[in-house]
Design a protein around this ligand. Structure first.
Ligand code: NIG
Ligand code: FE
Length: 419
């Protein structure tokens, strides 16, 4: 037995997220059935959790002068938040379009007029790699202050080979330079590139033939935006199948603004997640649930920011047995917020989650959406020591203090961060 490198003691509530079924994401009643330990400790050796339990079981002989000790002072301790859907790397911002939106223009109207995603594409293509990296690191630092210890990062503001490869590379480098796990996703299929206007299938062929081979080992997932004004379900199916043959995990943006059937299609291909789901119908939700593996990633700050007011049917999805996660969707167009705590509050207020369900949706199930549940998302012996000490004594207060940041200490891979 080796001395602990880090001990967090006097945890009023230790939210373990453990105790659910093995081998699949939390669904139905399991979403709220995980274990909360009272008056507990959690101990680490280097980057790993090696012990946890009630305070009276703490082996004091492993606490030495070399052990860093954090006293949680009776407050909540929980796993680091897992942010499983962001568009991290971009240049510029869309504050001018915020004004247009406030005057009543819709997201898809702004896109069809050459703005929206395409305006960020112009700014991103023109930016130097060093500027993109500095932006990405700035946003990762912001996420870490909110207690986020893993961030998925999509490309998708290049839409040409060089820029898209640059965005994936920048995401990786940002993760190496910050104390943060970054999971790169290739979203070259965000919208049709201006150079291929009116020829979506030809653009997807170009991505498969010329870009995806250069990303093997660089991007974990391939994602596509399935929507009017972006890509159709048949085109998305063909594209995702080809990405799967090349060894990528699959994700999809679907049922955000219309019910086209993208979620069920992607789930049946074995996608790790189907994201947005605001217009997902019950029959298709049942097809997602039937997989037992595909996570529905719900993004409640997006309908808020787009003034769309159609929120994914969270309560119904949980009742149907769909495993759900919650994320911000951080990006310059539909959610310029990195406040995942606010997203969890909105999942309660607008989608019918309980506080306990929302916490699972922002930790363990979000880890499942990244195929990382064996490594992160819960406090269990052997997992990476990504741990938060909060400044609330009861987890019910987490979604209650609307818009606040309840984080006191952030531990990434066993190291206490200065945030
Ligand atoms: O997830 N829906 C498509 N993509 C992003 C928004 C990207 C943007 O507007 O820049 C989303 O909402
Ligand atoms: Fe998105």
């Amino acid at each position: 037995l080796v001395a602990y490198s880090l001990l967090i003691r006097n945890c009023g509530q230790l939210l373990t997220l453990a105790g659910g079924p093995a081998g699949r994401p939390l669904a139905g009643a399991d979403l709220a059935n995980w274990l909360v330990l009272e008056n507990a400790f959690v101990a680490c050796e280097n980057s790993r959790i090696v012990a946890l339990g009630p305070m009276h079981e703490l082996n004091e002989s492993l606490v030495t002068a070399a052990t860093r000790v954090l006293d949680a002072q009776g407050q909540v301790v929980m796993p680091g938040l897992v942010e499983c859907h962001t568009h991290l790397v971009f240049a510029g911002n869309r504050a001018p379009e915020f004004q247009r939106k406030l005057q009543g223009e819709s997201y898809l109207d702004i896109l069809a007029s050459g703005g929206g995603i395409l305006s960020t594409v112009r700014a991103t293509r023109a930016a130097a790699e060093a500027e993109l990296l500095a932006n990405a690191r700035h946003h990762l630092q912001g996420f870490r202050r909110y207690g986020v210890t893993t961030v998925e990062a999509k490309s998708g503001y290049g839409l040409d080979k060089d820029t898209e490869l640059r965005l994936v590379r920048v995401a990786r480098q940002a993760g190496q330079q910050e104390a943060m796990r970054v999971v790169p996703t290739f979203l070259g299929a965000h919208v049709v590139a201006p150079e291929y206007q009116g020829r979506p299938a030809a653009y997807l062929d170009f991505l498969v033939e010329q870009v995806l081979p250069a990303l093997q080992g660089e991007a974990e997932f391939v994602d596509i935006f399935c929507e009017q004004g972006a890509f159709s379900v048949p085109d998305a199916r063909r594209y995702l199948q080809r990405a799967q043959e090349l060894g990528f995990g699959l994700k999809i943006h679907a049922e955000q603004l219309h019910d086209l059937g993208g979620c069920a299609m992607a789930a049946e291909l074995g996608a790790a997640s189907v994201d947005h789901c605001d217009y997902l119908n019950p029959a298709d939700a049942a097809r997602v649930a039937a997989t037992g593996q595909t996570v529905a990633v719900l993004l409640p700050l997006v309908p808020l920011f787009l003034r769309q007011e159609q929120y994914a049917p969270g309560r119904e999805l949980i009742a149907q047995g769909v495993p759900v996660a919650v994320s911000t969707d951080f990006n310059p167009g539909s959610c310029p917020s990195k406040n995942l705590w606010l997203a969890l509050s909105m999942a309660c207020l607008k989608m019918g989650f309980t506080p306990k369900e929302a916490i699972a949706a922002g930790t363990l199930n979000a880890a499942w959406a990244l195929n990382l549940a064996a490594e992160i998302g819960s406090l269990e012996v052997g997992k990476q020591a990504d741990i938060l000490v909060l400044n609330v004594p009861d987890y019910q207060e987490i979604p209650y203090w609307l818009g606040e940041n309840p984080v006191r200490h952030v531990v990434v891979a066993g190291q206490v961060q200065v945030v």
